[in-house]
Design a protein around this ligand. Structure first.
Ligand code: ZN
Ligand code: ZN
Length: 538
């Protein structure tokens, strides 16, 4: 019974943990690394074709983004996720494949002109995303699921994103039982639409995230409706548009939830029926999934609206189906409006067109509702740039730049400690592993957990291995510093990659049949040899 830390170890993104029990290979999350990273992730200890199961905490790409890559490499096991996570993944993984195909096309156009630029091969294709989506096994919250001999799991709502969960994993090997809890991302309290994070029962081992392990959100309860109303009133009275760069999944739906209330109460005077455009196909698909997942995922307030027959994410003059042509037209009529578009950090997508049309207008407002990471256009605007470059043009920034503060999907230090206190069992818990935080934050939060509750803690680096039965570290690492990310730029033909993956899968299928000598397998061996004879080009 071994636990190995692969990703989000002394880092925030690229969540992935490996479990080996009763000869089965399991991953908990297989996320993509995003933004700047300090450390390399070690390779998976087995090939993707040998992975039997993946348990997925939630749909965010830094937890789910490599599922199609696993499929491309031969993974054909089952992916367990909550109903809403499975639905969100079905659109987000396809979107991720689409982004990569788009990037490949753009880069390879350059590569054709310049022989020194290597051909860019995307990590995976749309077919791989569809393949991974077919392997999703949606399950309900709080249901105890028997996955395999000695492996049971249960998902608990952890209030971070629609469908997000902490996963309790119950393992039994050689008569010894251990329970491990994977926190996933722990939600912030007071988030609209979804429920508050639910604690889980005590476990032998816990992996807890620590994104905000060293920070506190503001003590004051944010007044989103009041702040948003003020910004809308001020901008509309001047005849401008409110342009909101927003993450398509989660944040956009929260905004719609607030705007519905503003409209219902008629809070923006003189513009009661202002139009709202959601100009992002992914956001529109996600909104429809949010709308259909109400019973299992909504908090009390949102449920009450549904009981009254009100759709909490809909209102009059909400424009959702927008073609690229419609998208261009949004800026041709001068009625003041709200335009919500992606990407949330303005580095890609249709938002850039809306910025081009509105940044120079002093009557418009650009409203930021989420974190803007260093180096993005969003960050430059947020920090007060007076001109920016868009589509090769220098654009003056005359619009007001506003920030809707306090919107966060993550628990702060207090929220994490709260969840920990309710979820850990001082009598039972042997060790707490602190993951999913920046380098020094993981260590600091681990020390804080020990100080507050007396727990034994450890903040592992990628590659660290732990024996869960013996309760001891069997391999320690110090982190492999990133030299250069090469994972998305291998100069290997896709056909060869696919062939290699097929080979690895073949090997895993053979190994699984180690004790199953029969006529069919003998025939299988003959077929493999016949195929090999055909392609053996020595
Ligand atoms: Zn997340
Ligand atoms: Zn995360």
């Amino acid at each position: 019974m071994i636990l190995e830390f692969i990703g989000a170890a002394h880092e925030v993104t690229g969540s992935c943990h490996y479990l080996n029990v009763n000869g089965k290979n399991i991953l908990v999350d297989y996320g993509m690394e995003q933004g700047k990273n300090l450390f390399e992730n070690v390779d998976l200890p087995v090939s993707a074709g040998e992975i039997d199961y993946i348990f997925l905490t939630h749909a965010h790409i830094d937890h789910s983004g490599l599922l199609p890559y696993a499929y491309a490499k031969g993974f054909r096991g089952r992916i367990y996720a909550t109903n809403a996570t499975a639905k969100l993944c079905s659109i987000m993984l396809r979107d991720s494949a689409h982004i990569q195909a788009f990037e490949a096309e753009w880069r390879n156009r350059k590569a054709r002109r310049n022989a020194n630029i290597e051909e860019f091969v995307p990590l995976y294709t749309m077919e791989d995303a569809d393949g991974a989506i077919r392997l999703l096994k949606p399950v309900s919250y709080n249901e105890l699921i028997n996955v395999d001999q000695g492996i049971d799991i249960r998902f608990t709502d952890v209030g971070h994103l629609l469908g997000s969960a902490a996963i309790e994993v119950f393992l039994k090997e050689d008569g010894v039982s251990k329970k491990i809890v994977f926190s996933g991302d722990v939600g912030n309290t007071g988030q609209p639409i979804i429920r508050e994070p639910q604690p889980v029962d005590g476990a032998d081992y816990v992996l807890i995230e620590s994104t905000y392990g060293d920070r506190l959100h503001s003590e004051e309860k944010p007044d989103y409706i009041g702040e948003l109303t003020k910004i809308l009133q001020f901008t509309f009275d001047r005849g401008g548009n409110v342009v909101i760069p927003s993450f398509a999944v989660g944040r956009t739906q929260e905004l719609l939830y607030f705007i519905r209330e503003i409209k219902e109460k008629g809070l923006v005077h003189g513009h009661e029926d202002f139009p709202v455009y959601v100009d992002s196909p992914l956001a529109v698909d996600a909104t429809s999934i949010f709308g259909k997942s109400s019973l299992e995922c909504y908090d009390g307030e949102a449920k009450k609206l549904v009981e009254k027959g009100i759709n909490p994410l809909s209102f009059t003059n909400l424009n959702l189906s927008i073609t690229p042509d419609d998208s261009r037209d949004i800026n041709t009529d001068d009625e003041p409006k709200v335009i919500i578009s992606a990407s949330g950090m303005c580095d890609a997508g249709r938002i850039r067109h809306h910025l081009k049309h509105n940044l120079w207008r002093k009557e418009s407002t650009i409203l930021f509702v989420g974190y803007q990471s260093a180096g993005t256009l969003g960050r430059a605007l947020y920090e007060g740039a007076r001109t920016v470059k868009l589509f090769g043009e220098e654009i003056s920034v005359n619009a007001s730049i506003e920030i809707l503060t306090g919107m966060s999907g993550h628990a702060d230090q207090k929220g994490l400690l709260n969840w920990a206190e309710k979820s850990f069992d001082p009598e039972k818990t042997q060790k707490i592993f602190v993951v999913h935080g920046e380098d020094t934050v993981t260590d600091k939060f681990a020390a804080l957990l020990t100080e507050k509750f007396g727990f034994k803690t450890y903040a592992p680096y990628s590659g660290a291995k732990y024996d869960l039965i013996k309760d001891e570290l069997i391999e320690e690492t110090k982190g492999i510093p990133v030299v250069k990310k090469v994972i998305t730029q291998k100069k290997i033909s896709t056909v060869f990659e696919r062939l290699l993956a097929a080979g690895e899968r073949l090997l895993s299928v053979i190994r699984k049949n180690e004790h199953g000598a029969n006529k069919d397998l003998a025939k299988f061996a003959d077929q493999i040899n016949a195929l090999s004879d055909k392609w053996d080009r020595t």
